[in-house]
Design a protein around this ligand. Sequence first.
Ligand code: NAD
Ligand code: 6OD
Length: 486
Amino acid sequence: MTNIEYRNYVGGRFVQTTRSFGDVDPATGAVRAFVHEADDSLVAEAVESARKSLRGPWGKATIEQRAAVLDRIAAGIDARAADFLGAEVGDTGKPAEVAKALDIPRGAANFRTFANLIRMASGEMYESATPDGAGALNYTIRRPLGVVGVISPWNLPLLLFTWKVAPALACGNAIVAKPSEETPGTATLLAEVMHEAGVPEGVFNLVHGFGANSTGEAIVKSQGIDGLTFTGESKTGATIMRQAAEGVRPVSFELGGKNAALVFADCDFDKAVEGVARSTFFNTGQVCLCTERVYVERPIFERFVTALAQRAKAMRIGDPWDAQTQLGPLISREHREKVLSYYQLARQEGAEIVVGGGVPDLPGPQSGGWYIEPTIWTGLTQRARCVQEEVFGPVCNVMPFDDESEAVDLANDSAYGLASVIWTTNLTRAHRLAGLIDVGLVWLNTWFLRDLRTPFGGSKLSGLGREGGRHSLDFYSELKNVCIKL
Ligand code: NAD
Ligand code: 6OD
């Protein structure tokens, strides 16, 4: 029986509620913590504390004071890295080696990056002519949006939560944030770090719960929220957008993907196979940027499928704390049912299952986890639902193409527009195609290589707006123009 409890953090206090739900370890299926669900009145209290904090010292803090707070939070995450690792691996089942290398350091890096970016942020200034010849000066001031609602998903919990909280704080906002109900752990530890780092009360509020008819919806519908940033499914984004229209509040959305990799015959073959295996199976396929559609130039198609299948077969599935493990479980029983329903649908749609397609038989505690086999399909048509709909699991369909323009058409034949990868040694072609693919992010001969100053986001169903670097500052603040007659 677990004694871990994740509480809400409202107005600078950790708050218990009368309703709680279990937080399940997906690697074993066991309940690892209890989470105190915030009801509408606690959300309203969180919004009110956030508003109040903007009228206090936080509303008057200088950029340097805010940046120093962010640096202290980053140091706090570093100092408690082992706790963060335990919570992140416990909540997601992802291999500890991955969380150690990516999720936890990135949580701290998000705060350091936005501390530095806000220190360096510049405004606009114009000298203007006036009829009397004296002239005028116009300059801009960056003001916070106010109270920002942050709603995040479960796949990269700390990374995505801090990716929004850090720039929102850097810009001087107050926050009411809800992590996914599946992964409440690291967000709760972050509240402790904020508390210890001296974030004034009410500036950061954490409320736990579900989405529709629960905490998430209460945040979205609260008229005390001045802007909303959301990462999650495209359908949820559409619902939130409708609700946020009341009050005309700005939204920033990072949504789903059905991302294509284009592999040309002139690629560095081994690097391309390794790269596509990584972009398909990383985090058990649960990254919005993961590849689910692979288009391979016909002369190397068979060889590529064989090599990719060998990689998939060799993947070590199992205990996330074993340093050899490469593939953890899916996040939940429901999500595994969804992914398995696509494995079934692919058969009905005529796929050849090159590898995988089922559930592995694991020994020990992991026999109760939500594991699934890495899977490769061939033979599906472009119109198949399995080629058009986001699965969000460790699976891709591989299809041949004959020339560059067909490859671009296939990549663009999707309702989503998040990310693409092009594998070729012809750099002229790489740059030409990068401009032609309808997505927000293109990687050439690499994948998920991130510079936090760059714009991040998708087109079509994949999102609205860009975050990252100055684009985050632009979303989390408003520019005010000041004009003075000289
Ligand atoms: P989800 O949309 O189900 O939930 C995301 C968050 O929204 C959770 O905190 C949830 O509780 C909340 N929520 C759900 N319904 C809500 C509602 N009606 N009102 C308010 N809040 C609500 O998504 P998920 O299953 O947690 O995450 C997986 C999805 O996220 C995939 O589609 C993936 O592609 C997408 N994603 C996109 C990006 C990106 O950067 N584009 C990054 C990560 C994940
Ligand atoms: O790296 C990032 O900043 C980012 N937003 C990644 C999103 C991954 C989606 O699952």
